[in-house]
Design a protein around this ligand. Structure first.
Ligand code: VGL
Ligand code: ZN
Length: 227
């Protein structure tokens, strides 16, 4: 396996996305930690954790829009540099406010095995689910630089885990595939905000070229035996 250089991206495994107290708790979100830790022990070229990292006045908080209901209502996000470019985005409870306890990575995660933490969502004007870049085509408002990091490390394969499956994890996997990495979303290491829509969501992920794989499958076993 001369040319197998895997990277792991642990997306938003933060208190606010986990029971019992998270403001945007994903059902059973905390339960993925032991399996994520197991993956972290594999010989990845680089292990990156991302954090959702919002200011109080973030556009995705329903509380910042009069009369809007979290989880239900949508808002139109406009490219601040190109008002012709817009997208619809869901509104959420206040979550992952910069420096708050809810924005902390959960203590169950073996952070000593993580090489780098990337924060996203700091621009109050736009919603960014992907740890790669925002959904705008031109000009792009946010770019984390993760593609450069992965290329510098000559990464070939990207494994994506974390929360939430149907938002940030999905967007991370889709963008990794779009950038040409062989991409795997490890299903046991994620949970969805809306589990009833997960099978439909998986299809969308696979259309992008990323594969939804199992902890017991060959893509993960290969990690344990690779060097
Ligand atoms: C996320 C909703 C809002 C996520 C972040 O990490 O999936 N979901 N902000
Ligand atoms: Zn967020």
């Amino acid at each position: 396996m001369a040319n197998f250089r895997p990277a792991l991206i642990v997306v938003d495994l933060q208190e606010d996305f986990c029971p019992p107290n998270g403001s945007l708790a994903v059902t059973n979100g905390r339960d993925i930690a032991p399996l994520v830790n197991k993956l972290l022990a594999s010989p990845f070229v680089i292990r990156i954790a991302t954090k959702d990292w919002h200011p109080h006045d973030h556009v995705s908080f329903a509380a910042n829009h009069q009369g809007k209901v979290p989880f239900e209502d949508l808002i139109t996000i406009v490219n601040p540099y190109n008002e012709a470019e817009t997208y619809e985005s869901r509104l959420w409870p206040v979550h992952c406010v910069q420096g708050s306890p809810g924005a902390e990575l959960i203590p169950e995660l073996l952070t000593s095995q993580i090489d780098m933490v990337l924060e996203k969502g700091a621009d109050p004007r736009i919603e960014v689910y992907s740890p790669f870049y925002d959904p705008f085509k031109s000009p792009r408002v946010y770019d984390s630089g993760i593609v450069k990091i992965l290329r510098e490390k000559q990464v070939t394969d990207v494994y994506v885990v974390g929360l939430a499956a149907d938002y940030c994890v999905k967007n991370a996997a889709v963008d990794a595939a779009k950038e040409g990495f062989k991409t795997y979303l490890v299903e046991e290491c994620t949970r969805a905000v809306d589990p009833s829509a997960w099978s439909e969501c998986k299809k969308e992920i696979e259309i992008s070229g990323a594969k939804v794989v199992s902890m017991d499958g060959p893509e993960v076993s290969r990690l344990m035996t690779a060097q």
